[in-house]
Write a protein that binds this ligand. Structure first.
Ligand SMILES: Nc1ncnc2c1ncn2[C@@H]1O[C@H](COP(=O)(O)OP(=O)(O)OP(=O)(O)O)[C@@H](O)[C@H]1O
Ligand SMILES: [Mg+2]
Length: 265
């Protein structure tokens, strides 16, 4: 469990520009969840991720990690927005080696860890000898994310990981995160794509003005958040008001099922 107590973060503290960007009096996060993080622009989502992972030092309060771990470097894996901009090696293999070395992974494990991570993001080992520059945008994104999955962080933190990639890469990445969660890892995923949070995450947290508005069931959290719902979510919200037992997945299959079961009512 990770516990927040009286946590605040202020940009440019003690200057005329100071801005309180995060204010969390109390929060308990359990390490088996796949959390979706949502809220309007400027509500504090990215700041929350940076505070959670200790990239930004908090101004007040405490954040306690209540489990044992062998190496803090490998505890959090942070995938920044557009992580492909951080690829700089001449081959995909060197990208993996840089990351595994940087995060202190035993060299004897590098080949296995690289192979597992490539498999998770649907790329063959033929990619290892390629120059990242020749890859498509979606493949670059998958390589960048795989180089973090390779060192197997306990907590994977993703800021808009599927924004601006092609549909196939998006589906592959969502599959990869789902598998990574099933393997027992914790995930935090920030997204403006509410369908993703609704369909993929086990819990959701919504922010507004730097405060945590709600945390809990993804659908309930999304429909009560300060955001514009997708047409699918808006429709499910309306149907659920009369038929509370419906499944809340936004998918063609689910809408067909709902249509069939209630056609006769
Ligand atoms: N480096 C910075 N310096 C000063 N203020 C900042 C900085 N980064 C963010 N802020 C401010 O802190 C608040 C929270 O920003 P944050 O980036 O966490 O929001 P967000 O929810 O991630 O937004 P978005 O959806 O646009 O990514 C906003 O008011 C923002 O203007
Ligand atoms: Mg952000």
């Amino acid at each position: 469990m990770i516990e927040f107590k009286d946590v605040t973060y202020t940009y440019f503290a003690n200057t005329p520009f100071e801005k309180l960007a995060l204010n969390i009096p109390s929060l308990e996060l359990s390490m088996g969840e796949y959390y979706g993080v949502l809220g309007p622009t400027g509500s504090g989502k990215s700041t929350f991720l940076k505070v959670l992972t200790h990239l930004l030092p908090i101004n007040t309060g405490s954040i306690t990690i209540n489990e044992t771990f062998d190496d803090i470097r490998k505890y959090f894996g942070f995938v920044f927005q557009q992580p492909e901009h951080q690829l700089f090696c001449e081959t995909v293999r060197e990208e993996f080696e840089f990351s595994l070395n940087n995060f202190g992974v035993d060299k004897a494990l590098w080949m296995d860890k690289t192979a597992n991570a490539l498999k998770l993001v649907g790329l063959s080992e033929d990619f290892l000898d390629k120059d990242p520059l020749v890859l498509s945008g979606g493949q670059k994104r998958r390589v960048a994310i795989a180089s973090i999955l390779a060192y197997e962080p306990r907590v994977l933190v993703l800021d808009e990981p599927t924004a601006g990639v092609d549909g196939l890469s998006k589906e592959i990445l969502l599959d990869a995160f789902r598998s990574y969660h099933k393997q027992g890892h914790c995930i935090f995923l920030v997204s403006h794509d509410l369908n993703i949070i609704n369909n993929e995450c086990s819990k959701a947290m919504s922010f507004k003005d730097g405060m945590l508005l709600n945390i809990g069931d993804p659908f309930e959290t999304i429909v009560s958040a300060d955001v514009t719902l997708t047409p699918g979510l808006a429709l499910l919200k309306d149907i659920k008001a009369s038929y509370p037992q419906i499944s809340t997945q936004v998918s063609a299959n689910n809408f067909q099922e709902i249509g069939k079961s209630y056609a006769s009512k």
